[in-house]
Design a binder for this molecule. Structure first.
Ligand code: NAD
Length: 433
């Protein structure tokens, strides 16, 4: 099949590239000409393990191309996939301006029948809006499909090629074979439902995962006070198949471009129909507070932070991505700056993205984790990049002014900490070191 994917962000680029692997021809379109230029030179504008090799292979074999000409690309395609951003508006609801803009452009380009498939995360009823927008600009026939995306940054290619399930929302049952063919070879688990339910499945899934994270973080906070170890608690809980072991890692809370915006959007979606989603409101609140546990622990160890030097390890919202959208690191660093600390920052790949969002004279940018620690009063680990796991903690302690290590992701074991001289704080585990 011939596809156009609109938006070459984390979802559009990865999906576009993966759809070439099961025999489709894909044009990835973006209005950001810089991105298209880079991609045409086989350079990925996002960090995602494995993506550049796949781009190169598929460009060379002629199954993949990049364009900023949406009209021409739509004209040449059977299926048009919407993968544009749906960020949060200040009130929390999803900003649909990119969806609406792209829908209008698709309609204006149509010269025959198209299937319009939405991968972007959109509130219930949005695909109906898309239908109305397109119908108001063209007389050509078309169908609408909701195919929400569940990939995770950092493992996006694997997640796309081997998803747990593919959700397809449609109202024309004749489309089902085409949708199954489009995803052929990815999984047999294609769940076909109506459009509104498909839209809701995406929000409900993200809200549920966010709930698991806030739940275990609250359990961690209680564990600290009662002398239990949250990692053992989570392990014991996770052995129960009704609970499952994933998303039970206590830490400084979730961030990223999906959970924060999608939980807020679902609260709004419920609010719009006069339903107060009390549970999800608490999940969001717990998550907002959890990151500041880093600051409280620094106060406990160092007292006033004016004049302190603090090393920060990890700026991305999770490992294996350069995405810093809604990363807990941002608010933590801002608080440290506000309290008068000098902050030395290190991340294996997200430094540039972070610096573009936030810079300050009290910040020092470091090229190695050891450099961020050297001469510091404390190091705070905020993202569990694997590089931090193998650091020589004995040497590190010697290079620091004071030996305080705040581990926001429970990376180190008791054995690794013992004998290093570090005053070590983690999340929901008994004091060690
Ligand atoms: P992104 O911001 O990284 O990329 C969106 C791209 O769309 C940008 O490059 C932008 O220039 C382009 N764009 C916007 N309007 C356009 C237009 N009219 N024509 C051409 N290009 C246009 O977004 P993302 O992170 O890939 O997310 C896309 C959607 O997928 C969102 O709704 C998001 O919630 C959802 N989602 C994201 C993830 C994730 O991990 N990032 C996972 C699942 C679902």
């Amino acid at each position: 099949m011939k596809l156009t994917v609109i938006g070459t962000g984390y979802v559009g680029l990865v999906s576009g590239v993966c759809f070439t692997l099961n025999g489709n021809h894909v044009i990835c379109v973006d209005k950001d000409e810089e991105k298209i230029k880079k991609l045409s030179q086989m350079e990925s504008p996002i960090y995602e393990p494995g993506i550049e090799a796949l781009i190169e292979m598929n460009l060379r074999e002629g199954r993949l191309s990049f364009s900023s000409d949406l009209h021409e690309s739509v004209r040449r395609s059977d299926i048009v996939i919407l993968a544009v951003g749906t960020p949060s508006l200040p009130g929390g609801e999803a900003d649909l301006r990119y969806i609406e803009g792209a829908a209008t452009e698709i309609a204006q380009a149509m010269e025959g029948y198209k299937i319009i498939m939405t991968k972007s995360t959109v509130p219930v009823g949005t695909n109906e809006k898309i239908r109305k927008i397109i119908a108001s600009h063209t007389n050509h026939p078309f169908d609408i499909v909701s195919a929400p995306e569940f990939l995770r940054e950092g493992s996006a290619i694997q997640d796309t090629l081997h998803p747990d399930r593919i959700v397809i929302g449609l109202d024309n049952p004749e489309l089902e074979p085409a949708m199954r063919q489009l995803h052929q070879g990815f999984t047999e688990n294609v769940f076909v439902t109506d459009i509104r339910s498909a839209e809701m499945i995406k929000y409900a899934s993200n809200a549920f995962l966010a709930t698991k994270i806030s739940f275990i973080n609250e359990i961690a906070n209680i564990c600290e006070k009662v002398g239990a170890d949250v990692t053992k608690v989570a392990e014991g809980m996770g052995m129960d198949r009704r609970i499952g072991s994933t998303f039970l890692q206590a830490g400084i809370g979730y961030g990223g471009s999906c959970f924060p915006k999608d939980t807020n959007a679902l609260i709004q979606i419920a609010g719009n129909v006069d339903y107060e989603f009390k549970l999800l409101k608490s999940v969001v609140e717990v998550n907002k507070d959890q990151r500041f546990m880093i600051i409280s622990k620094l106060h406990e160890s160092l007292g006033n932070l004016r004049g302190a030097v603090i090393g920060i390890w990890g700026l991305a919202f999770k490992p294996n991505t350069d995405d810093v959208r809604e990363a807990p690191a941002r608010e933590i660093v801002e608080s440290l700056v506000a309290e008068g600390a000098t902050v030395k920052l290190y991340d294996p790949i997200a430094v540039e993205n972070f610096r573009q969002q936030y810079d300050h004279p009290q910040l020092r940018w470091c090229g190695l984790p050891e450099e961020a620690a050297e001469g510091s009063d404390a190091v705070c680990l905020l993202t569990d990049w694997s590089v931090f796991k193998d650091i020589d903690l004995h040497k590190l302690a010697e290079s620091m002014r004071r030996q305080v290590l705040i581990d926001g992701r429970n990376v180190y074991s008791k054995e690794q900490i013992e004998g290093t001289g570090f005053e070590y704080h983690s999340v929901g585990r008994p004091q060690m070191g």
